[in-house]
Write a protein that binds this ligand. Structure first.
Ligand SMILES: [Zn+2]
Length: 74
């Protein structure tokens, strides 16, 4: 039921919408191989909000659940 492997009804997304949870700035980022395949959007604190460096990425799936940053869990 919760099988979210590609090719199993999951839409193919080439770009991941990214937003900064602090200032609300948004951008589209090309999907990276390291991005969890179930992720449909991500939140990253932008450099302006963390003082020059990117914060940790938080991924969310289609159900709005937070995903672990590392896909190596199987
Ligand atoms: Zn920001």
């Amino acid at each position: 039921m919760n099988d979210l492997r590609p090719g199993n009804g999951l839409p193919e997304i080439e770009f991941l919408p990214i937003s900064c949870p602090k200032c609300g700035r948004t951008a589209n980022s090309a999907r990276d191989e390291l991005d969890p395949c179930a992720a449909v959007r991500a939140e990253i604190l932008c450099p302006d909000c963390v003082g020059g460096d990117f914060g940790a990425t938080t991924y969310f799936d289609a159900a709005g659940r937070e995903l672990p940053p590392s896909p190596d869990e199987s």
